[in-house]
Structures are given as structure tokens and as C-alpha cells.
Design a protein around this ligand. Structure first.
Ligand code: IVH
Length: 684
């Protein structure tokens, strides 16, 4: 990259501005993703990212791999390479009972030749249920990320790990100067998925008729295995780091100290770590977490107990690829057996009918459950579930557990097959199951079940962010006939809400204020809040950037809409269908009447060479992805289209451009190289 002679050298002040922006963005990411204490607003963050993106677009050599703009990769890879760990990644021996844990402690003392009555210093940590990865940093820069593989050699998944915002792309020296940055370090950690993200991913997959993941671990594993890092990014994976492999100039004497160094270097380290004086304290800690683990927003499958002193660790050494200085204390799996008495059908926001098993209450991992989601008809067939069956259920990150398998040998012949109803169980309207889809839907958009879910989505944090307006209050407002769509929220009066059960004057006041506050929002949020099928946060943002108002989308043609980066024909059709419905247009009209101010993102330019022109990007681009090129075009007031026609002004042809380039030549459309496009954009 450094030798790219096509581009002008950046002036010194630009280089230092870029470095400053990078530092501020890295810090903001750290505060948001690691500390969970954001200090910048979304708008401030976007502004910094945009400025850095613009500088790097102008001076591509500044877009170094450790720049925060480089988290989500360009073109998909064709295969993963391999990576040999400098220090092998070992596994752990397990203990399943107090006796086994105490036996470990005795072995440690015996091998260290110390008094069996004395206390060893241990560190007890949560055992995160995810995938082990190794992150290599050379001179503080993240260079390679790999899976465990066979312990010696793993897969190189650097591009995918870059998308995890809690992984620093660069290790900064800590402010106290206590922990100098090592010249080479392999940081070890566990990639995992938060329960909320797991639920979101499964909901989205159900929506698209794709099979759901059985647990967060599988969803995380699938995410790490993607050749297209944009898919990995969409999973929103996370990591906890818990140790190191090779480390040059480390100089730590205890594991506890090492964890502190990792924290100081801005790695995410789990806060629930306890230095224990002797095995009794370790045992007490395992007991504490047995029930506490139900409150965690991610899965753990036990605790890891490590001898704190590195000197002792060294003396203890290894046996059969597992260290003698550590052990995994495993909790009993959260499975139980019960009987399915009934299968009911729930209706979601998009009208999706979800079968849910109603079971004899049973305790699973400290929580009594009586419902399990069965996802859809195909899933029920696949698992061979019948009403009356005895089933094994498990809690896998979901509040609502899942059926693992049917105990077929417990059948007595009275079991009954489940049949999907032909009418919506809530509104009695018609249901449909399109061919090639797993999901059956209620097609009546006025169905109260859909309305309720729609309003919840509208009020949610990522959408209009109406604090305090949860599903239960929405249900009560609907029941009292105070609202029948999203827009009605803005016409609610204090005295109407106060009349409801459990709504005092103060809480009502808070809700009214929160509704009022939500009127000032961004266009991206408002579009997302409408709950158009297939329109997630990112698509909503791109639509906001291009169309600048809800009205403009409303009156756009399907073709117009599909000429938006990231928006394919299915999504475009879904948007057009949404606005084609009288009911939805009425809601939008009412929202407008309520005085909602939805700020569009910073306006694209309307002067310059790109403004008003239509571009088609084809072939492999080198300095940017096609999406980035399209975004840049739109920002500069141009249009990006997916297909070449007489209306196309320019075709930008990268390497291996094929039929689109041919078509451009046939139609006499101007063709330019990526570099020429860059120059055109830079001259703005
Ligand atoms: S230490 C040589 N600490 O559990 C010891 N492992 O069953 C290296 N794991 O492969 C592991 N949380 O993937 C350690 N706090 C933690 C952990 C942890 C999860 C995973 C890791 C390891 C597996 C062993």
C-alpha cells in the first residue's frame, strides 16, 4: 500500500489529523464495546468516521489495516489460509463434582511438593461457552487471528475477527506506563454471542425462512466461518480474552497481573474474576455462580480454575495437551425431560405464526419452564415432535428453551400430530405459507397480534427509543382501545394513560415525556421503526441517505429503490408493497401530522462531477468495496445502479469485469477505471 504512486502524498497535517481521528474513534469503540460506557453520541461518532473515511479515500495509503475504517472487509475471501500457533492452544481437563475439584487441588500441591494442608493461590474465571481464538499482535498491531484448530494449526480468520469491535486493532501503551506493549504477543480468548444478538439472528432467519441456530455457540461458530466478513459483522460477535500464548518481553509473575495488563491494553476481560486463597474459596465461588449464571446475558458452561503464580505453572507443566495448573469445573447441562401437553400458535410482528409447546413445568438449570419454541412446521417434522410426547428440553441462551429430542420409547400411541391452523389464531383471518418458505403467516396486517408487535418494535431502543413503553403497557393501551397503530402514541393524553391499571401520575408523566422526546429523531431510525419487512437498521440508514425523506421513498418505483446499495429486488419489492398498502400510508400520514422531525443524514453534494450522474460498478475493485464506491457516489450526489442501460452515465470497471462491461461498450456508455473514478471523486 505504501508504494501506491498513483496517489499524492498526504500533507503532514492531514496525516496527523487522520492519526488523531483514529485515536478518538478507537477510544470511542473501546468505551462503547469494552467498557459499555459510551461517551460519544452516534452522530458524533459517525462524523469522526466520515471524516476519516474521506481522508483515507483521498489518500489511500493512510487506510492502514489498523484503521477503524478497515473493520469490515472488502471482497469475500475464497478460502481461509492456515495459521500455526507460536505456542500451542491447549485444552483443559474437566471436573464435574466437588470431589474432583478437590482432587485437582491435591494433585497441584503434590506436584509442587508443598504441604497438602496449605492454600494455593488460584484465579477462578467464568468459562465462556464459545469458540477459542488466538490474536497475534506484532509491535502492537493486530496482524493475525486464528481458530484453535487441532491446537497446533488453526484457520486464519483475521478478516472475520477484525469485525469484532471489542478486539483492539492496535495495542496502545496504558496511560500509567505500567505495562509496556510487547513486541510480539498471542492473546487468547473466547468469541461468543450475547443472548439478545442470538435471538435477533434467529428471528431474522425465521423471517427469511432459513433454519435457526440451536444455541449462541453454533451461531457464533457459523459467523466465524464466513468467507464474507460482512456476514460475520452482521452477527455482532463479542470476545472475552483470558490469557496469552507466546509473549515477548512479558515479565509478569502472576496470571492475575496478566489479566490486568490485558485490561490496560483495552482487551475485553470478563469482570467476574476472583483471586482465591485455597480451594475452599474456589468451591464457594463455583456455588455462587451456579445460580448467578442464569442472570448473565451470555452462556457459560462452568468455571476455569488456574494456579495464579506463573512460576508454579511452569513447574507443574503439561500432561496430554492439557496444563496441570488449570481445570474446568463444569456445571450440569441445563437439560430436563418433560411432556408436551399442547402446541399453541403465536403471531409475530410480520404475521409469522410460531408454534410453541406447552409442557408440564420442569426445572432446567434453576429456572422453571413450561414453554418451548418449536420455530416452525418443518422444525416440528424434522424433530418428529407430536402432542403428548415426552421430550428432552434444554436452555441454550434463550429464555424460552428448545426441544432437543423426542423420547420415542416413551410413546403409548395416544400422541397426536400437530397441524398448522388455516386461520390466524388471533384475528381469524387467512394464513399463507409461500412456497420455499418455512414460515406460515397471517396476511391480515390489521391483525391485533401484529399490531402489538409492530408498536413494540416502533418504540424499541434502536427504533424510536421510547423509554418505558414496553410490551405490557402497549398491550394495555390496545386493550383499552387507546391506540391501534404506532402513530396513535403521539395523540395520547396524560389522563387517558392515568386511567390504566398500575399507571400512576409520575410514571405516566415519564411515558408522555419519552413519547414527546422521540419526535426528534433521525430519518434512519424512523424508517427502521416503520417495521418494513427485510428493512433492518443498516438498510434503513442507506435508504435515508439516498431518499432524504419518507415521502421520497413512498413515491419511488421498485426500480428506483433497488438502485440503492445493499437493496436487492426482494427488499425493494417489500418496501414498495409496504407503501402500497392503504393502512401503512395512513400511519405515515398520521405520524407526519404528529410533528415528527426526522433528520436525514448529512446531505450529499449537488455540485461536482458526480452529482446527478448514474454509475454502475462492476468487476473487482481494489481500493474499496463496491458498497463503499456506491456509498461514495451517493454522498457526492450521484446515483448507483446495478445494471447498465442507456441511462447509465459511467461504468466503472474493475478487474475481471464481464457482461456489464460488454453491455456498456455495446451501448456506447463511458467506461472508466477505478483510479479515474477516485480522481473524479477527489476533485469534488
Ligand atoms: S484457559 C491452557 N479460560 O474452554 C488453558 N479457557 O475447555 C487454556 N474457555 O479451549 C484455556 N473460558 O476455549 C480458559 N476463562 C477461560 C475460558 C476458557 C472459556 C474455553 C477455551 C478452552 C476451553 C477448554
Amino acid at each position: 500500500m505504501a508504494e501506491n504512486t498513483h496517489f499524492s502524498e498526504p500533507p503532514r497535517e492531514v496525516t496527523s489529523r487522520a492519526a488523531g481521528l483514529r485515536r478518538d474513534i478507537d477510544r470511542a469503540n473501546y468505551e462503547y464495546y469494552v467498557l459499555d460506557q459510551p461517551t460519544l453520541s452516534d452522530a458524533e461518532y459517525d462524523k469522526l468516521m466520515r471524516e476519516l473515511g474521506e481522508i483515507e479515500a483521498r489518500y489511500p495509503p493512510l487506510a492502514t489495516p489498523d484503521s477503524p475504517t478497515q473493520r469490515v472487509g472488502a471482497v469475500p475471501q475464497t478460502a481461509f489460509g492456515t495459521h500455526t500457533h507460536r505456542q500451542p492452544m491447549l485444552s483443559l481437563a474437566n471436573a464435574f463434582s466437588e470431589d474432583e475439584l478437590r482432587a485437582f487441588d491435591q494433585r497441584v500441591k503434590k506436584n509442587l511438593a508443598i504441604d497438602p494442608e496449605s492454600d494455593v493461590e488460584y484465579v477462578a474465571e467464568l468459562k465462556i461457552d464459545g469458540l477459542a481464538v488466538s490474536l497475534t499482535y506484532q509491535n502492537g498491531v493486530f496482524v493475525t487471528g486464528a481458530t484453535r484448530g487441532d491446537g497446533t494449526t488453526g484457520e486464519n480468520i483475521t478478516e472475520n475477527l477484525r469485525t469484532i469491535y471489542s478486539i483492539p486493532l492496535k495495542i496502545e501503551p496504558d496511560p500509567q506506563g505500567e505495562f509496556p506493549v510487547p513486541s510480539l504477543i498471542e492473546v487468547r480468548g473466547e468469541v461468543f454471542l450475547l443472548h439478545d444478538e442470538f435471538r435477533r439472528i434467529n428471528e431474522e432467519r425465521t423471517e427469511r425462512g432459513e433454519p435457526t441456530f440451536a444455541n449462541p455457540r453454533n451461531a457464533a461458530a457459523g459467523g466465524l466461518r464466513q468467507l464474507d466478513s460482512r456476514i460475520t459483522a452482521a452477527r455482532r460477535l463479542d470476545i472475552f480474552t483470558y490469557g496469552v500464548g507466546l509473549i515477548e518481553d512479558g515479565g509478569f509473575s502472576t496470571h492475575f497481573q496478566l489479566l490486568q495488563a490485558l485490561r490496560a491494553w483495552r482487551f475485553r476481560v470478563n469482570p467476574n474474576i476472583r483471586a482465591c486463597h485455597g480451594i475452599d474459596e474456589v468451591w464457594a465461588y463455583t456455588a455462587e455462580w451456579k445460580s448467578l449464571r442464569e442472570t448473565l446475558p451470555y452462556d457459560i458452561d462452568g468455571l476455569v480454575v488456574k494456579v495464579n503464580s506463573f512460576e508454579s505453572q511452569e513447574r507443574l507443566g503439561y500432561v496430554a495437551r492439557a496444563p496441570r495448573w488449570a481445570i474446568a469445573y463444569k456445571y450440569a447441562p441445563r437439560q430436563a425431560t418433560t411432556v408436551i401437553r399442547e402446541i399453541i400458535v403465536q403471531v409475530g410482528r410480520t404475521g409469522a405464526l410460531t408454534p410453541v409447546a406447552i409442557m408440564d413445568p420442569v426445572e432446567v438449570g434453576g429456572v422453571t419452564v413450561s414453554r418451548a419454541t418449536l420455530h416452525n412446521e418443518d422444525e416440528i417434522r424434522r424433530k418428529g415432535i407430536k402432542i403428548g410426547d415426552t421430550v428432552v428440553i434444554q436452555r441454550a441462551g434463550e429464555v424460552i428453551p428448545e426441544v432437543v429430542e423426542v423420547a420415542v420409547d416413551k410413546r403409548d400411541g395416544d400422541e397426536v400430530d400437530f397441524v398448522m391452523p388455516e386461520h390466524c389464531p388471533v384475528c381469524g383471518g387467512k394464513v399463507e405459507r409461500p412456497e420455499n418458505e418455512a414460515v406460515t403467516r397471517c396476511i391480515d396486517t390489521a391483525c391485533p397480534a401484529q399490531l402489538e408487535e409492530n408498536i413494540s418494535h416502533f418504540a424499541s431502543r434502536e427504533a424510536m427509543n421510547i423509554d418505558g413503553l414496553g410490551p405490557s403497557l402497549i398491550a394495555r393501551l390496545m386493550e383499552a382501545d387507546l391506540i391501534c397503530d404506532q402513530a396513535d402514541l403521539y395523540y395520547l393524553k396524560q389522563e387517558q394513560i392515568e386511567g390504566l391499571e398500575r399507571m400512576a401520575e409520575k410514571s405516566t408523566g415519564n411515558i408522555i415525556a419519552a413519547i414527546e422526546r422521540s419526535k426528534n429523531t433521525t430519518l434512519g431510525r424512523l424508517i427502521y421503526a416503520l417495521g418494513i419487512r427485510h428493512v433492518g437498521e443498516r438498510t434503513a440508514q442507506t435508504l435515508a441517505m439516498k431518499f432524504r425523506s419518507v415521502e421520497a421513498i413512498e413515491s419511488a418505483s421498485v426500480d428506483d429503490i433497488s438502485n440503492t446499495p445493499d437493496v436487492g429486488p426482494v427488499v425493494a419489492q417489500s418496501i414498495a408493497d409496504f407503501f402500497g398498502e392503504e393502512r401503512n400510508r395512513r400511519v405515515v400520514e398520521k405520524l407526519r401530522g404528529a410533528g415528527i422531525v426526522a433528520e436525514p443524514p448529512e446531505a450529499p453534494k449537488d455540485t461536482g462531477l458526480i452529482a446527478g450522474k448514474t454509475f454502475v460498478f462492476t468487476g473487482a475493485l481494489v481500493t474499496m468495496t463496491r458498497d463503499e464506491a456506491e456509498e461514495m457516489t451517493i454522498k457526492l450526489g450521484g446515483k448507483a445502479s446495478g445494471s447498465v442501460s442507456k441511462k447509465t452515465d459511467y461504468v466503472v470497471a474493475g478487474e475481471k469485469a464481464g457482461s456489464k462491461l460488454e453491455k456498456a461498450q455495446k451501448l456506447g456508455v463511458a467506461v472508466m477505471t477505478e483510479e479515474e473514478f477516485r480522481k473524479m471523486a477527489d476533485s469534488e
